[in-house]
Design a protein around this ligand. Structure first.
Ligand SMILES: [Zn+2]
Length: 575
């Protein structure tokens, strides 16, 4: 009995000491396990109670019953974002667990914030941190040990899909998930200078523990892009080398193996980093290598975040001035790129540490299968295709006009801090109008939408009837790039592509053939121009010439009876 009592006291002292030292579940289990959602939040609450420099707050709702939390670190214990801006603090926003099966950042951030609070990690005085401990809560709660078939630990982790089974790293334009809506609003409130979204990669085997996906310099911007390419990124690579990690760009290889090089991964705005770059935020996606042991992966994630923190503190003025200059350059632009493609000729060269790819018969099929021989490491200089070329651009209008009924789009513009003015009376305006003439739609849903691609349109000046309450959106505002990339209908991540304007693609009224026959004949007789169009079409199209129904439809579509709304894109341009 006495022995049990002593044992209990010792155990109690142990747990108390552990609590004081803020040992994380990852550390306690020697790098084999990852904190659960509840453990992570509880940990930060305790850290907040003990340390002035830590503050955990609720950021807003998610698709689960639990709110999204954000943990702030501020060395002086002050957490007023407006004051941070006034004092010119450099703000780093770190996102974790967007893919909860890739929890490296969750565990690394717990240790990082603890070490910062305890002073073990010296965060420069001019740097403040905003960390999302777990973004995809629904996915984190759906915990198991099998959904990442090839990954080397931890023992248990969450699932990629959120509570709506959405991949949240495709959700940043359509914003279907409440956690995305919350994070986007937080993005604009915090307006970070640097954004880091922690992940784990899939794919080939190689020696590198940590790979880094930076936004392409061209896409990152005119000033920010060259600063990123010439200074920021090389400094991070050099610093990580000192910390014992050979960084390599995210391995996005074309062929079966990466030894012939690869194109830089392109992130359109549906991705966190593609989205953040539209708002002039230096955006990075660390991707640890899934085949490396969990402990090493978490440690390298910690090291990389530390590297970003130290660099950003030292070069805060440069980072901020690149952002400011970028804003003034974009403000002047009359035309903006809305899509990019990889230049397949011009490229950079990088040093890649791989393993020799080999082939042997498969034990399953007997056919030839690929494997990487870890006894045959190599270091090779390989091509890295990171020179992007514009694939499509759009002229920037003076302003866009959107009719009030398109509430889902208007809501998303509001969440993105877009400035809009409501018309104060009904009016008719001469506007540039797009009419959709063609598009393709995928046969299967993509992230809960039937995505449209290859959008074609005609563009002409028309008189448009507008109502009091319709919105004018001046293009000359901080959200300029975001507006152009979401409101130009042929942009790959436009609201049109995501199906927000699908209702215009269907006619609401039509005609009865037998009644319209006489009216159609009348119209042809009264309108020589229409008659000529009609005859030309018959001459050039044999099938049309034989198809009475198609001919009636043609005349209907060229008559005043045809509804103007059909195929008319409901976002207009003031040029
Ligand atoms: Zn991921």
């Amino acid at each position: 009995m006495r022995f049990i009592l002593i044992a209990l006291i010792v155990l109690g002292m142990y747990y108390q000491a552990k609590g004081q030292a803020f040992v994380t579940p990852f550390e306690l289990m020697n790098g084999q396990e990852s904190a659960t959602y509840f453990e992570a939040i509880d940990y930060f609450r305790k850290l907040d109670r003990k340390y002035e420099s830590i503050d955990i707050q609720k950021a807003g709702p998610t698709d689960t019953d639990y709110p999204l939390h954000v943990v702030y670190y501020s060395g002086d214990g002050k957490f007023d974002i407006d004051q941070w801006k006034k004092k010119n603090k450099l703000i780093i926003l770190i996102n974790n667990g967007i893919h909860p099966g890739e929890p490296d950042g969750i565990d690394a951030s717990m240790m990082l914030l603890r070490d910062a609070a305890m002073g073990k990690l010296k965060v420069p005085n001019n740097v403040v941190l905003a960390v999302i401990p777990v973004f995809n809560i629904g996915g984190a709660l759906n915990r198991g040990g099998y959904s990442r078939a090839n990954q080397n630990g931890p023992k248990e982790y969450g699932f990629r899909g959120n509570a709506q089974n959405l991949d949240l790293n495709r959700d940043f334009i359509k914003m279907d998930a409440k956690e995305t809506q919350t994070l986007v609003q937080l993005f604009h409130r915090v307006d970070p200078d640097v954004f880091i979204d922690n992940h784990v990669s899939n794919g080939a085997d190689y020696q590198h523990v940590m790979t880094l996906l930076s936004v392409n310099p061209k896409k990152q911007g005119y000033h920010m892009g060259s600063y990123l390419e010439k200074k920021f990124e090389p400094a991070i690579y050099a610093d990580m080398k000192k910390r014992g990690y050979d960084l390599v760009p995210y391995v996005n290889h074309w062929g079966e193996t990466p030894d012939k090089g690869w194109p830089q991964f392109y992130e359109p705005p549906r991705f966190t980093s593609g989205f953040a770059s539209l708002f002039r935020i230096f955006s990075f996606v660390p991707e640890t290598h899934m085949l490396k042991p969990y402990k090493q992966r978490v440690e390298s994630t910690y090291a990389l975040m530390q590297s970003f923190i130290m660099y950003s503190g030292k070069h805060a003025e440069e980072i901020k001035s690149a952002r400011k200059m970028e804003a003034s350059v974009v403000a002047e632009k009359k035309e903006l790129v809305i899509d990019w493609k990889v230049d397949t000729i011009n490229h950079s060269e990088i040093e890649f540490k791989g393993y020799e790819p080999k082939y042997k018969p498969s034990k399953v099929s007997g056919q030839k299968r690929l494997y990487y021989d870890r006894d045959k490491p190599y270091t090779k200089t390989i091509p890295f295709y990171n020179k992007f070329l514009p694939a499509a651009s759009a002229k920037v209008p003076e302003a866009y006009i959107i009719q009030q009924g398109w509430q889902k789009v208007i809501e998303r513009l509001h969440w993105n801090n877009v400035e809009m003015q409501k018309l104060d009376r009904d009016t008719v305006m001469d506007l540039t109008v797009y009419r959709i003439t063609n598009y393709e739609t995928g046969p299967k849903p993509y992230e809960s939408h039937y995505l449209h691609t290859k959008v074609q349109y005609t563009k002409r000046k028309e008189k448009v009837r507008l109502l009091k309450g319709d919105y004018i959106i001046p293009a000359g505002q901080p959200a300029k790039r975001f507006l152009v990339e979401t409101l130009e209908p042929d942009a790959p991540d436009a609201f049109f592509a995501w199906g927000f304007f699908d209702a215009i693609l269907q006619e609401k009224e039509y005609f009865s053939d037998y009644v319209f026959e006489d009216e159609a004949a009348d119209l042809l007789q009264k309108d020589p121009f229409l008659k000529k169009l009609f005859e030309d079409r018959k001459r050039s199209d044999a099938a049309f010439a034989k198809d009475g129904k198609a001919q009636l439809d043609f005349i209907y579509k060229h008559s005043p009876y045809y509804e103007v709304e059909h195929m008319r894109y409901p976002v207009f341009r003031i040029e």
